[in-house]
Write a protein that binds this ligand. Structure first.
Ligand code: AHG
Ligand code: MN
Ligand code: MN
Length: 334
């Protein structure tokens, strides 16, 4: 080993980084910092359970369906319990919306100033085949008075109201990526030390990319202008990359440049992805990284007014020039 590598600093831990950025928040006296730490802790626990799933019979289906009518995987349920418990015990969150729960989850933290929308485990179809999966979260300030009853207005907030958002990616390494509206930062988990270390500062997505991510199995359902755009991608010799885990597809495109599309299809006339706990968080992150997120028809995802907890929305997200290009094809149908 060259002596230049001896004694290299091990880098900035997530805790230290959060604390250093805490002063960016006039209103927070550390609660948001604690909330981010609570999410990071739950991520460590879920990461461990994912890594052991095949050994302790945590793989496979749970045997029930969630409110979306989707078969829950055991790890969906485990992750849901872990994140709800971590945020309940952390005390900063008064209510949550989870993909795995029909209704608003009240956490009996009347003093909690925050609300969290979460997809506890994204990419469930990939759990048993060892492909990367993730967790997606959005953080809002509650609208109702602290100490009072939680209301629907607390959880049905536009994406533009988010004060923080992020995702965990359980992949070849486990990462936590988040934004509080002042750039996007990535942390890589070092299991031997039980710490996340800053590995990606001020992530920015290339304005143009050469990757398009869409499930072409639904091609026959696509409206013609979208078919024309996909032909354009092929003419440009872009790479088709779609692994069925939104977080993994999004993360790759965030770092390399690209576009992810989940449009209206026969099975999902309003798109498959959920506004509150998938699209808004990734829209916040991509905009903070200089990218774009819309419904394909020029509507900024973070401006979509939520009316239901599990509302779906068509999702076009990624490099700004690629989103604008596909919209130039789709705008004829507006
Ligand atoms: P979840 O596992 O939380 O239900 O999310 C799955 C989502 C997303 O992760 C992925 O990109 C998409 O569903 C895949 O859907 P298709 O199989 O219809 O392409
Ligand atoms: Mn999901
Ligand atoms: Mn999920």
């Amino acid at each position: 080993m060259k002596n230049t590598q001896l004694g290299l600093p091990i880098g900035t831990t997530l805790d230290r980084f959060i604390k250093s950025k805490q002063d960016d928040f006039s209103f927070a006296t550390g609660e948001l910092s604690q909330l981010l730490r609570d999410i990071a802790l739950a991520g460590k626990i879920v990461n461990r359970e994912i890594n052991r799933a095949g050994l302790i019979d945590l793989g496979g289906a749970y045997g029930k369906q969630n409110v979306q009518g989707e078969d829950q995987q055991k790890l969906d349920v485990v992750a849901d319990i872990r994140f709800i418990r971590a945020l309940k015990n952390g005390g900063e969150v008064c209510a949550m919306v989870s993909e795995e729960r029909d209704e608003i989850i009240e956490l009996d933290n009347p003093g909690g100033k925050y609300v969290v929308a979460i997809d506890p485990l994204d990419g469930s179809s990939n759990i048993d085949v060892n492909v990367s999966i993730g967790t997606i979260f959005s953080i809002y300030r509650r609208k109702s008075p602290v100490g009072g009853e939680v209301t629907h207005e607390d959880v049905l907030q536009k994406g533009s109201e988010q004060i923080a958002a992020g995702y965990l990616l359980y992949g070849s390494s486990t990462m936590m990526i988040y934004t509080t509206g002042r750039g996007v930062f990535g942390f890589t988990y070092e299991p031997s030390l039980g710490e996340y270390f800053l590995s990606h500062q001020n992530i920015s997505i290339p304005k143009q990319g050469k990757i398009y991510s869409v499930n072409e199995g639904s091609y026959n359902d696509f409206e013609s202008p979208l078919k024309d755009y996909i032909s354009y991608c092929k003419d440009q010799r872009y790479a088709g990359r779609y692994i069925g885990s939104l977080v993994a597809d999004f993360h790759r495109n965030l770092l390399k440049g690209g576009i992810y599309i989940y449009p209206n299809t026969g099975s999902y006339p309003n798109g498959k992805l959920r506004l509150l706990y998938e699209c808004n968080a990734l829209a916040f992150i991509v905009e903070q990284a200089g990218g774009k997120a819309t419904d394909g028809k020029g509507k900024r995802i973070m401006e979509v007014e939520p009316t239901e907890l599990h509302q779906r929305v068509p999702f076009y997200v990624g490099s700004v020039e690629m989103v604008e290009k596909v919209e130039s094809y789709l705008k004829e149908t507006v």
